[in-house]
Design a protein around this ligand. Structure first.
Ligand code: GDP
Length: 445
């Protein structure tokens, strides 16, 4: 799910990475790329239009962050807009004040209702509830039996019409199930209703009749995320017909473009509450818009990193550095130490690197990075005199021995640091005025 969209967006963002600042033309071009990416992912046109309008408005607007470079700012905006379009806050089930809470499932045949009923029951049971599954899908052959199988796997009882009673009346079954729940003290009732292959009036009427008979606390519209644009039309039809409180997306594990997920909430105004991601009972959870957006952007935890950078960013310090470099002064060991301590504030280096996209596979190597190394470097610098820090060229053999002894390190570690520092200084001279480093001239704002 979302692979193509992810790939597309990632490449849009990486083309921004080298830019110091974004012109209006850059933003328009980026917006166009994002638009294509969304349309290719099968997101409904009105949703795409709104999305792009918001992103553009915010990117063009005065929303500048000193801590982030332009590419990061665009990522941040797109992420926030994705979360918004996916519904913002995670929407949790509302339980009735007086049990049982009645949850009714509606949706087309094959959407995954029966499977979902079992998963939801299992999930609720895991949270200490005592659900009752109700087989009110008396249309589809085997639907009752299928629900019984799900119930057995979930360890949850199923209320079904007596076999041999002729064709049962689903409304009657639903009504009696609530009475049964009250009697047997089930605190949640999950009613599986009949679907059809397509939207039809009779099915909708039956759903309405069941709804009116049991006054559900939550009506959940179950939709197969793999059906693309059709999901939007079906959702609209159910919204106009029986109405619903929340959406459940099923088959999110499927190899699809994901447009349904991104459109349904916006089109119907109803939150996505649950996501189903496989055939096993456990493949099911609350739907978290923020996590889903993170998955779509496929950026590791770079968003967390962006937030941390914003939080720990010291504007004054950055300004001091900027002024310093702008005046053509060289990097000193003092600056080096200061910068290092700033990075250190972001947390353990290993975590920091681990949050970068693509670093996931490098865990083993990351595990060998030791924050103590950084601390040793800091100790070495702290053992130098102010004159040595300002002008490391004066650090000769005897000074090195003194510094090593003072910092509890070895001469070769001191040598190492000094060499690395001169390299950094050289690099810095090339970088200044060039790349999009936050807080540097030409970058970050
Ligand atoms: P219903 O007609 O709405 O009750 O749909 P079913 O519950 O019978 O599901 C239809 C098919 O989709 C079944 O083969 C399920 O095993 C399958 N299915 C349901 N949910 C998921 C899911 O989240 N992922 C995958 N891969 N398959 C699912």
């Amino acid at each position: 799910m979302f692979e193509t969209l992810s790939d597309r967006l990632t490449s849009v963002f990486s083309s921004l990475r080298s830019k110091g600042r974004l012109s209006e033309a850059d933003i328009n071009a980026t917006a166009r790329e994002i638009r294509i990416a969304l349309l290719e992912a099968d997101v409904a046109l009105p949703v795409v239009k709104d999305f792009i309008a918001h992103v553009k408005e915010r990117a063009l607007g005065a929303e500048v962050s000193q801590a982030l470079n332009p590419a990061q700012q665009v990522v941040k905006i797109v992420n926030e807009e994705l979360i918004e379009i996916l519904g913002g806050e995670t929407r949790r089930l509302r339980f009735a004040k007086t049990p049982p809470t009645v949850i009714m499932l509606a949706g087309l045949q094959g959407a995954g209702k029966t499977t979902l009923a079992g998963k939801l029951a299992y999930w609720l049971k895991g949270q200490g509830h005592t659900p009752l599954l109700v087989a009110a899908d008396l249309q589809r052959p085997n639907a009752v039996q299928q629900l019984q199988v799900m119930g057995e796997r979930a360890g949850v009882p199923v209320f079904a019409p007596e076999p041999g009673n002729g064709v049962g009346d689903p409304v009657q079954v639903a009504r009696r199930s609530v009475e049964e729940a009250r009697r047997a003290q089930h605190d949640v009732v999950i009613i599986d209703t009949a679907g059809r292959l397509g939207v039809d009036a009779e099915m909708m009427q039956q759903a309405i009749d069941i709804r009116d008979a049991v006054s559900p606390d939550e009506i959940l519209f179950v939709v197969d995320a793999m059906v693309g644009q059709d999901a939007v039309n079906t959702a609209q039809a159910f919204m106009d017909g029986v109405g619903f409180d929340g959406v459940v997306l099923t088959k999110l594990d499927g190899d699809a473009r994901g447009g349904a997920a991104l459109s349904v909430r916006h089109i119907t105004g109803r939150p996505i509450m649950f996501a189903s991601t496989g055939e096993k009972l456990e493949d099911f959870d609350l739907f978290h818009p923020d996590r889903m957006a993170g998955r779509i952007l496929d950026m590791g935890d770079i968003l967390t990193l962006i937030e941390q950078a914003e939080r720990t960013f010291d504007a004054q310090q950055a300004e001091r550095m900027t002024a310093k470099f702008a005046s053509g002064e060289d990097l000193t060991l003092e600056d080096f130490l200061e910068q290092m301590m700033m990075v250190r504030k972001l947390g353990p280096i290993r975590n920091l690197l681990g949050m970068l996209p693509g670093m996931g596979q490098m865990r083993d190597q990351l595990d060998q990075i030791d924050d103590k190394d950084l601390d040793r470097v800091a100790a070495i610098i702290r053992s130098m005199t102010p004159a040595e820090r300002a002008n490391p060229k004066i650090i000769n053999g005897s000074r090195r021995a003194r510094i090593a002894a003072g910092s509890g390190t070895t001469v070769s570690e001191v040598n190492n640091l000094v060499t690395r520092f001169f390299e950094a200084q050289k690099m810095m001279r090339q970088v200044v005025g060039g790349m999009g480093l936050p807080g540097m001239p030409g970058g970050g704002r």
